[in-house]
Design a protein around this ligand. Structure first.
Ligand SMILES: *Cc1c(COP(=O)(O)O)cnc(C)c1O
Length: 393
């Protein structure tokens, strides 16, 4: 017996129950097509909504900035890691989103760990949608506040929890994903706002899958519902539609100032890197110049979803470019994924515990980088594999 034998046992359990994750390796840049484990396949898996991860303007901006500033941040923001580029980025982001202020972090995950414990503590409560992202859950746990879950996107249940418990707590934070990543449904943020305003609750939305996707020119969920000035905190990521790596907290200026003083990932982890900030600025430029990419994303998403439904597939509750193809049991989803891959299409099977038991699916991520011919190629493969495995007729 060694003290680490338990690791082998746990890993074997994962293998036996089919939950061991075989991680695929890419040999190419992000884009509509990828080299995956040595095979050229159509990419239906990335969060690269606008095709910016490999966009020449972003690459150029990163190169130019690296010639001037180098690559590494060298320090945390609060000591010697704040470049004029960071200040420019934070201001440009705030302006793009139409909020008072913004602060950039190393990732969306870090942004949630930064903001939640800075807003609430032991005497407080967090009201959290049942399907919120793992980083919201971890940030909530770190805060020490009491976590109260409400039913997914259920405003009546949220109101019930507020009514029954609000008086017991000093402060109250209501937090929801904007777009839910597994189903592609959108939180009813307008109705959530209407409820929370009556209970003196801080309102926070994590717009990771909405930024660059929802709202005018990709300005996000707050713009989509025209809730400017009403949502206290928007968390965002630069790692999805923006095509780089980083996180953002945007919204009320007092909260952003407080985060500069108290957010632990800001104070104790080094600044977001030079190429990321510079390319992030180029992404804002592109989005401000034109809505072409966002429009293309939505055209592609609508076309693909409609054609999949015509073929007889169930695309669930999605109203966004995230397109779940509902298959039921995990082994079927895995078989579809495997056969798609053989047919040159990279589509990820998601099963329990990522999604509920019996709700396994292939999650297709549509991008502006897809050409019409790419989508048709993917539809043909889905039709063939779906018929072969008896999913459609
Ligand atoms: C992807 C995601 C994150 C994490 O963002 P990163 O920048 O990749 O760390 C946080 N919240 C939600 C809702 C997400 O979908």
């Amino acid at each position: 017996m060694s003290k680490l034998d338990w690791v082998d046992e746990e890993l074997n359990k994962l293998r036996e129950t089919g939950l061991y994750n075989q991680i695929r390796t890419l040999g190419s840049a992000q884009g509509a097509w990828l080299m995956v484990d040595g095979k050229r396949v159509l990419n239906f898996c990335s969060n690269n909504y606008l095709g910016l991860a490999n966009h020449p303007r972003l690459v150029q901006a990163a190169e130019t900035a690296m010639r001037k500033y180098g690559v590494g941040p060298g320090a945390v923001r609060s000591i010697a890691g704040t470049l004029d580029l960071h200040i420019e980025f934070d201001q440009r982001m705030a302006k793009f989103k139409g909020v008072e202020a913004a602060i950039s972090l190393q990732s969306g995950f870090a942004a949630n760990l930064a903001v939640i414990p800075a807003l609430v503590g032991k005497e407080d409560a967090i009201l959290s949608d049942a399907l919120n992202h793992a980083s919201i859950i971890d940030g909530s746990r770190l805060s020490g506040a009491k976590i109260l879950r409400y039913e997914h996107c259920d405003v009546a249940d949220l109101e019930r929890v507020l009514r029954e418990t609000r008086k017991e707590f000093r402060r109250c934070l209501v937090v929801t994903d904007g777009v839910f990543s597994m189903d592609g449904d959108v939180a009813p943020l307008d109705k959530i706002y209407d409820v929370t305003r009556n209970y003196e609750a801080i309102l926070m939305v994590d717009d990771a899958h909405g930024e660059g996707v929802l709202g005018r020119g990709g300005r996000g969920i707050v713009d989509h519902f025209d809730l400017h000035g009403k949502v206290d905190v928007e968390v965002g990521t630069l790692s999805k539609a923006f095509g780089v790596m980083g996180g953002v907290v945007a919204g009320n200026a007092r909260i952003v100032e407080w985060l500069h003083q108290r957010a632990r990932p800001f104070l104790f982890s080094s600044a977001i890197t030079v190429p990321d900030v510079a390319a992030g600025l180029a992404a804002i430029d592109l989005l401000e110049e034109s809505t072409v990419l966002v429009d293309k994303l939505w055209d592609n998403a609508r076309f693909f979803k409609r054609e999949m439904q015509t073929l007889g597939f169930d695309t669930g509750a999605s109203t966004t470019p995230i397109t779940p193809v509902m298959l039921g049991e995990a082994p079927l989803a895995q078989a579809v994924s495997r056969k798609l891959f053989e047919a040159g299409v990279f589509g990820m099977a998601l099963g329990f515990p990522t999604v509920p038991q019996g709700k396994a699916r292939i999650r297709v991520m549509i991008s502006a980088a897809h050409k019409q011919a790419d989508l048709e190629y993917g539809l043909e493969a889905f039709a063939r594999v779906g018929r072969e495995l008896g999913v459609i007729r």
